[in-house]
Design a protein around this ligand. Structure first.
Ligand code: FAD
Length: 439
């Protein structure tokens, strides 16, 4: 019997969750249950896996188990960029090997198309907007990154448009940036509204249990998931719980739960919107990976996302919220001097699962246990795609992208504590220092 030593416990003010449609969560599981399939984690990956598995096996029950409420975890806390193009920060031109980059593009596009299809079919209101993204730079170093990325994107046949700083206010209101690369293809969306909608439109042979944290697990011919009020036994288990998979006994010291922080402003008044100018909806990704992500949302709020902390147990620390709210405030004031009295209504943190070699895990963890894990910060498209494909793999389907994912070496091993935390925290500190005014 494997005891789960750390459970999700996200903080209480995730802006996207509170500003999207309130829904009645599905009841927690009570008692004993048997099903052919069980999935742990109802984020983007688990929701996609459940939907696709239910389609492949219409006569079997698929049980989807979530510790918290759907839309409250990382899948509903992110910045809402559903990105198609690859961005390999280890490569000089951010694209690297063209064959690999084209496969990553295909994978991300599969995730995007699947989401688009479901959102349209079920009329999910999640502010989906085909806006593209601005990769924006403040420093000379950032501009060099944009130039390199433009040539990398051209290698895979993707157009992008360099925009001079003087023209940027027409696009994004602020005159803060010196240059930006506009890259079409990214979808912007309200992430918590999306996952709530995905959960409420699951096929009828999926049973979703919310507020059901799995506290221990028994592996064997069948897998038994135990929680405080009962247990669920399944023939096949899929782990779609991102960094928490290591607490289920797999990929230990390979998954690095790293916290990112976001703040969402109140809605801008009509007069403030006029003062800001620019397009009504846009999203900016920093040229430097440790800089600030900024968005203007469909409902006229400004999102600021920056700052990092590393917590191997996957649980947030309250003290960083007030500290990092200050960072968000400064980043906002630098960019939007024309909006002096706009406060943040919500500030939150959320975990992404990183690996040292930027590889995710996809495939078999044990004879009857599969995993689609570690999205390395790009879970909206990648999590959706890998969730769908893990169900295809279980159904015996072959696919060029399944072969691509199963060929991956997976996340590599990192040193033991305390060296791991010392190492990761140094990388985060150094990266944020180097990002300078891009924060
Ligand atoms: C601030 C921030 C900004 C981001 N921006 C972007 C972005 O713009 N674009 C993008 O693509 N990605 C972004 N990400 C990353 C993205 O949110 C993640 O990659 C995505 O959520 C991964 O989805 P997932 O379903 O694999 O895992 P998760 O969303 O982490 O879902 C896993 C679920 O498993 C549940 N779980 C864990 N343990 C148990 C247990 N014992 N019992 C039951 N349930 C359990 C958790 O509660 C959780 O809901 C961002 C993340 C953050 C935090």
């Amino acid at each position: 019997m494997q005891k789960i030593t750390s459970l999700p416990a996200d903080d209480s003010m995730p802006g996207w969750f509170h500003t999207s449609r309130a829904r009645t969560p599905r009841p927690a599981h009570i008692g004993q249950k048997r099903a052919r399939f069980a999935i742990v984690g109802a984020g983007l990956t688990g929701l996609a896996a459940a939907r696709q598995l239910a389609t492949h096996f219409p006569d079997d029950e698929v049980v989807l188990i979530e510790a918290q409420e759907v839309g409250y975890g990382s899948a509903g806390r992110n910045a809402g960029f559903a990105i198609d193009v690859p961005h390999d920060i280890g490569a000089k031109d951010y694209i690297g090997d063209v064959t690999t980059a084209n496969l990553v593009l295909k994978l991300n596009t599969l995730g995007q198309n699947y989401l688009r299809e479901i959102v349209q079919k079920y009329s999910i209101e999640c502010q989906m907007s085909e806006s593209g993204k601005y990769q924006a730079a403040v420093s000379e170093q950032g501009i060099a990154i944009l130039e390199a990325y433009r040539s990398g994107l051209a290698k895979i046949g993707r157009d992008s448009q360099m925009i001079a700083g003087s023209d940027l206010p027409e696009h994004i209101g602020t005159a803060y940036y010196k240059q930006a690369l506009f890259i079409p293809g990214t979808i912007l969306l309200q992430p918590s509204a999306l996952v709530k909608g995905l959960a409420d439109s699951l096929p009828s042979n999926v049973t979703l249990y919310e507020y059901t944290p799995i506290t221990s697990i028994d592996y064997g011919d069948k897998v038994t998931l135990i929680h405080d009020r009962g247990s669920i036994t399944a023939d096949t288990l899929i782990l779609a719980n991102n960094g928490f998979a290591s607490h289920f006994g797999f990929l230990q010291r390979r998954l690095l739960p790293t916290f990112l922080y976001g703040s969402l402003s109140r809605q801008l008044t009509a007069e403030e919107q006029a003062r800001l100018g620019g397009k009504p909806v846009w999203g900016v990704i920093p040229a430097h990976p440790f800089g600030s992500t900024i968005r203007r949302t469909v409902d006229n709020r400004i999102l600021v996302r920056n700052s990092f902390s590393f917590h191997p147990d996957g649980r947030p620390r309250e003290k960083y919220l007030s500290q990092y709210l200050e960072n968000h405030r400064k980043s906002f004031e630098r960019r939007f001097p024309m909006l002096p009295k706009v406060d943040f209504e919500y500030t939150w943190s959320g975990a992404i699962c990183l690996s040292e070699n930027h590889e995710g895990f996809f495939g078999k963890l044990a004879p009857n246990v599969y995993g689609a894990l570690c999205c390395n910060g790009l879970g909206i498209t990648r999590g959706t795609a890998t969730g769908k494909l893990i169900a295809d793999l279980i159904a015996g389907k072959r696919h060029e992208l399944i072969d691509f994912l199963t060929r991956s070496p997976g996340p590599n091993q990192t040193p033991p504590e305390p060296f791991l935390s010392i190492g990761v925290n140094s990388v985060l500190k150094w990266g944020q220092f180097r990002a300078g005014m891009e924060i």
